[in-house]
Design a protein around this ligand. Structure first.
Ligand SMILES: [Zn+2]
Length: 487
């Protein structure tokens, strides 16, 4: 298998596509304005100590001074001791290395801590802590023990004088020794760089910020089968090269600048594939299709044969469609980054052997997924259930918002339904207020219907209440929206 990473950079947005054998498999998208400063480390300067609040203001070079509470200040000599008073720990003018825990909002400055931590894919490095801990969300005791031992021994093996502890993140579950060691090396190199800047950098200034998406992605998706990385920004091409040289030397030679005339995401139809990954329906080559529905509780995937299928080869056609669907589903889960419970409704198959083969193909295809997933069984109704680890937002959550017109239902009330709602509402108003006339403001399609198909009903209603009803199109109203004005 051959893999390629395409990186599309604009000032507003970073998009990364992972293509395997010419087919888009994963997409990562990040908008610049959503990136806060949480996690960034600054060399700051204490500007004011507030003994009454047991807190201090620290200038970290932002518009507003940031805030730190005494509990977030590591006492240099005795980290385990009783919380000291802020005025013993800090004084105005002192320089202080801090990490942002909360973004500034409105008139409130950022919140800070001096308990520093730097995350990588599987680990979080804490220079001031001596411990190795495991995320609570890894529940299996044997797995917790395995990870702890691996990290502790890896650290002992690699570190010369380096101190500090690690938290093993949930994503590390099931991950092998090599990958964990690579993460430890990565973090130690990164920390050395921060430690240097801690001394050399001016005050106030940033000394560490979370890696930009294209660099993080490189770190996270880089695997043996990736042969080429193309990036369409010259400036960031050099940055990426530099990062690779320092942290992932074997990768450096794979990185290429893409100056192409065609947009980089036109390669392998990546742009089209991203658009398609937002739709409910996925067309299969065999003529069948998938329907994917994402709800808060779970994702359901329905497999369908396309159109008419001759009854002679029915079982065979269904089998083929299900096989194709199994591969397509695994790809869609990755591409859309769907997490949580996933229920697949394959087309019913008579033959047990066919059922087994479809499941095997699905399992095989899921093996290539880097998010942890698990086939949890086949229900009595033949539904296949699996779980996939939720990592970041799904593609849809990143790119879309609930439709304000249908409020996420996916369907709208018909103009007919709205007309009848309007009639009922007029009767209700009539009883309550009995105004002189009524004016109905509604969308074009609803007014059209009132004046055409429903005109007889309108006439009946007018004679029943003994008043005229006027209609007015409100061009910006959605189909379900209307107002009844009493005059
Ligand atoms: Zn809608």
């Amino acid at each position: 298998m051959s893999g390629e990473v395409l990186i599309n950079l604009t000032p507003m947005e970073t998009r990364v596509a992972v293509v395997e054998n010419g087919v888009l498999q994963e997409a990562f998208i990040e908008r610049s304005r959503r990136r806060g400063i949480v996690g960034n480390i600054y060399k700051g300067k204490v500007v004011r100590v507030l003994p009454g609040m047991q807190a201090a203001f620290v200038d970290i070079g932002l518009e507003r001074a940031a805030f730190i509470h005494v509990n977030e200040v590591v006492a240099p000599d005795s980290p385990q001791a009783e919380p000291a008073s802020i005025s013993h720990l800090l004084h105005a003018g002192q320089s202080l290395v801090v990490q942002v825990t909360k973004d500034p909002i409105g008139s409130k400055g950022a919140r800070l801590t001096t308990h520093l931590s730097i995350p990588s894919r599987y680990l979080v490095y804490m220079p001031d802590s001596p411990h190795v801990g495991v995320s609570q969300r890894i529940e299996d005791d044997a797995e917790r023990e395995r990870l702890k031992t691996l990290v502790a021994s890896g650290q002992a093996e690699l570190a010369d004088e380096q101190q500090g502890g690690f938290i093993i993140r949930t994503a590390a579950e099931g991950v092998g020794r090599e990958e964990l060691l690579a993460d430890i090396v990565f973090l130690q190199r990164l920390w050395l760089r921060v430690a240097e800047r801690r001394i050399s950098a001016p005050t106030p200034s940033p000394i560490y910020d979370d890696l930009p998406l294209f660099v993080r992605t490189l770190r996270d998706v880089m695997r043996d089968q990736i042969e080429k990385i193309r990036i369409d920004s010259r400036e960031n091409y050099f940055k990426l090269k530099e990062f690779a040289r320092e942290f992932m030397p074997t990768v450096e030679s794979c990185i290429e600048y893409y100056p192409g005339e065609r947009p980089i995401f036109d390669l392998y139809s990546v742009e089209d594939e991203i658009q398609k990954a937002l739709g409910r329906k996925v067309q299969l080559k065999s003529g069948g299709y998938l329907v994917i529905d994402q709800t808060e509780a779970m994702t359901t995937i329905d497999v369908n044969t396309g159109g008419y299928v001759g009854h002679r080869n029915l079982e065979e056609t269904i089998f083929k469609t299900n096989l194709e669907a199994a591969t397509a589903i695994a790809r869609q889960l990755r591409l859309r980054n769907l997490g949580g419970i996933i229920i697949i409704d394959f087309i019913d198959m008579e033959e047990l052997e066919h059922q087994r083969q479809v499941l095997r193909v699905l399992e095989k295809a899921l093996e290539r997924d880097h998010a942890k997933n698990k086939l949890t069984g086949v229900t009595e109704l033949g539904l296949v259930q699996l779980t996939r680890k939720r990592t970041r937002e799904s593609l849809e959550q990143t790119l879309c918002e609930p439709c304000p017109t249908c409020h996420g239902r996916g369907t709208l009330k018909t103009p007919e339904t709205i007309c009848y709602e309007i009639f009922r509402e007029i009767l209700r108003e009539e009883r309550a207020y009995s105004p002189e006339t009524y004016m109905v403001l509604a969308s074009q399609s609803v007014v059209d219907r009132l004046l055409d198909e429903e005109s007889a009903a309108v006439a009946d209603l007018e004679s029943f209440i003994g008043k005229t009803i006027r209609f007015q199109v409100e061009a910006h109203y959605s189909q379900e929206q209307y107002d009844i004005v009493l005059m």
